[in-house]
Design a protein around this ligand. Sequence first.
Ligand code: AGP
Length: 608
Amino acid sequence: MCGIIAAASTRNVGKLLVQGLHKMEYRGYDSAGIALHQENSIAHLRSVGKVQLLEEKMIEEKPKSKLGIAHTRWATHGEPSEANAHPHKSKESVYIVHNGIIENYVELKESLIAKGYDFTSQTDSELIAHLLDFFINKGNSMIEAMYLAKEKLDGAYAIAAIDLKDNSNLVVARNKSPLLIGLGTDEMFAASDPLAIAQLTNDFIFLEDGDVASISAEEYKIYDSSKAEVTRDVTHIDISSQATSKGDFRHFMEKEIYEQPEAVSSTIDGRIGGEDVLDNIFGLGSSDLFSKVERIQIVACGTSLHAGRVAANWFSSIAELPCQIDYASEYRYRNPHVDKNSLLITISQSGETADTLAALNYAREKDYLASLTICNVPTSSLARESDFSLFTNAGPEIGVASTKAFTTQLAGLMLLALSLAKSRNLNPLLRGRIIKALRLLPETIAEALLCKEKMIEIAPSIANKDNALFLGRGIFYPIAKEGALKLKEISYIHAEAYPAGELKHGPLALIDENMPVIALAPESEIAEKLISNLEEVKARGGTLYVFADPSVNMDVKAGHLIHMPKCDFFMTPIVYNIPLQILSYEVALLRGTDIDQPRNLAKSVTVE
Ligand code: AGP
C-alpha cells in the first residue's frame, strides 16, 4: 500500500528518495512521484506504473535538491493516473504526500473549492495541500498550519509536506497510519516503513498518533496532540541488506519459502526448555494472566486469519479453551458479546493492518482480560498497542504473498496453546510430546521443501486451468483455504476451499475434467471419510492432487498422490502447507504473473 519517504540533508536527496521508493515497491503500488525543493521552485515528477519510470524521468531532468518528499500510491480514490499520483500541490507552493484515507474529504473539498482552490485530481489527499496553503497564507508557520489542518481532517493519515517558502524544513504528521523519523549524520528522514531508509540509518523514532514534527538536516522537533514539544525514544534496528535482497532467488516469495526452516527456529528458539514451554514468553505476567483465561477471541485478516483458524483447534484440543474467530474487518460491526475472562488475540505479519488495529482499538473499550498479539514487526503499531506480544522473528517478509510469516505465526500460536495449557495445569504429557515435535519442525519443513521437483512436474496441469478446488477436513480446512488464497493471489486462478464433507452439498456440481482438486489427506481419524469424498470427485472426472500421509494409498487415476514427510499430527497443518506454497509459486511462474507484487494487492493494508 502507499509509501512515504522524505529527506532533509546537506547532500542531494533525489537519488536516495528514489532508492527508498524502490525499497517500498514490495508494499504494492500503482504510481509514484517526487517533489524536490530547488530554492526558487519545486521540481515535481510523477509517473504511472513502476518506480523505474519515475527514475527515468529523474535521470532526464536531473533535479538537484537537499529537501524532498516522495511517494508510492496504491489507488483508493481515483484511478491510477499521473494526476492522481502524489505528491499533490497547492499553487506551486505547498506539496504533500499522504497515506491513509480522509473520510470527510467531500465536504472539505467543497469548502476549499468555495475558497477558490482548484482541484486537479480525484483523490482525497489533494485537499491537504490546499488546507495547508490556506492556513499558511493566513500567516501561520508550517507546523501551526499542520495543527489547524489536523483539526479539520477525519480519518487516518501519515503526511509529509514541504513549502516553497522554506527550503530547509519538512513537516510531518501521524494519525492511525505509520510514520517514523530516521536519524542520520547531517541529514534526517521520514518514512512510513523503516525498510525505505534502512540503508541510510539504523536509528528510528516511531511517531505516535497525534504527533506533528518538523525535520531539517540538522534537527527534528516532535510535538504531541496538545502541541507540547515531546521526546520520543530512539529505536536502533539493524536491518541487514541480506534480509531485504533476493540473493540468488528469482523472487522474494521463493526466497521466503525456502527460509522457513530457519525462520521457524527463530520463532521457537529461547522459548522452550526441557519438555515444556518457558514461562512469560508473551511478556512479564503473561503466565499468571493465562491461568485466568476462560475464553479466546481472535481477530485477523487474510493469511493471518487462516493461522488463527488453525490455532482455534489447538486452543480447544491442547488448552481446552473455547475460541471465537472473526475477520478483523467484520468484528466490530457485529456488536460482539464479550464473556468475562476473555483474551483478545490479534495476528498480523505487518502489525499495521488497519482493520486489525481498528478491531484492537474497538476491543479496548470492551471488557477483555488483556490483548495479545502474534506479530512479525516488533516496532509496529499493533506491537506497541497490545498488552502482551510474541514476535515471530521471521525477518522481513517482502513478497506480498505471505509464506514464512504464516508458518512462523503457526509456530507462535502453538507456543501460545502450550503456554495456556501450562498455566491451566493441563495435559503435561501432550505438552512434552508437542515440544519434541516442535524441536523437529525445522527439519521436517526442510524435508517438505524437497517436494519442489514434484511441484514443478504437476504445475503445468494446473497453470492451464481457470479454477481450482482445495479440500481439507478439520484443522486442514484452514490450510486448504490458505492454499486457495495463495494460488489465487499470485497466479490469478480462481480457487476456493471447502471442508471435503461439504462437497456434495453444492460444489460437486463444479467437478469435471477442467477442475483440479487439491486435497490434504494426513493420517487422522477422518482420513477415511476424506478418501470417500475424493472417490466422489474421481467418479465425476475431476483430477486429484492428493497430499497424503505415507500410509494413505489410493488410486488417483490420472492425478497425483504426493506423500508428505511423517511427523507428529500437531505439526501436520504447518508441514502440509509447504507444498501448497511451492505449487502456487510454480504455477504463477508458468503464468508469468508479477509474483512478488501481484496486481491490485498491497503488502501492508493500511486502509480499512
Ligand atoms: C497473504 O498472502 C496476504 N497477502 C494477506 O492476506 C495478508 O495476510 C493480510 O493482508 C493480513 O496482513 P497482516 O498479516 O500484515 O495483518
